[in-house]
Design a protein around this ligand. Structure first.
Ligand code: HEC
Length: 148
């Protein structure tokens, strides 16, 4: 009984994984929004530590930096020409000034990588690191995302 439950859980996880991959191929808008939602969740968790609402937790910090890094790797390929319109806040400037957008993603990745060790060193380091990384969120949204 226990065994089959575990097996079912694994099967479900694999199915969910496959679904994510299919979504990314068929619906780049949903895929990039899912990555950004995760960005937001991770930023929220880290901000809580910086504000002193939660204690510093290295595993949470690492998970955030890993996920931001992964987002930066995947993000540029999730803006094909057929994903300009639809339920998206992506601004047309992404497609008209693609090099600028790609550079913004690359800068985000570099700042994530450059600040990872600092963030892992403890709360004081995290405060500095979050400032450097977080600026990318705001800067990119100002230029490439429709205000709500
Ligand atoms: C290089 C550009 C860029 C960077 C860097 C970036 N974002 Fe975004 N973000 C976007 C774009 C473009 C959208 C709109 C996507 C869409 O609607 O298709 C977005 C959407 C979002 C959303 C809304 C997701 C939804 O649909 O509900 C959140 C939350 C978000 N970003 C958080 C963050 C956080 C937090 C960071 C920094 C850790 C970050 N973003 C960094 C470009 C960026």
């Amino acid at each position: 009984m226990k065994f089959s439950a575990a097996l079912a859980a694994v099967a479900f996880a694999v199915a969910a994984l496959t679904a994510t991959v299919v979504v990314a191929q068929q619906d780049p808008i949903a895929a990039r929004q899912a990555l950004m939602k995760a960005n937001g969740r991770n930023a929220g968790a880290v901000v809580k530590m910086v504000k002193g609402e939660n204690p510093y937790d290295a595993a949470t910090v690492k998970a955030a930096f890993d996920q931001w890094d992964e987002t930066a790797d995947k993000f540029p390929s999730l803006f094909p020409d057929n994903s300009k319109d639809g339920d998206t806040r992506a601004l047309p400037v992404i497609w008209t000034e693609r090099a600028k957008f790609t550079a913004a993603v690359a800068k985000f990745k570099k700042d994530v990588d450059d600040n990872r060790a600092k963030a892992m060193s403890g709360l004081d380091g995290l405060k500095v690191a979050l400032g450097a990384v977080g600026k990318n969120c705001t800067d990119c949204h100002e230029t490439f995302r429709k205000p709500q």
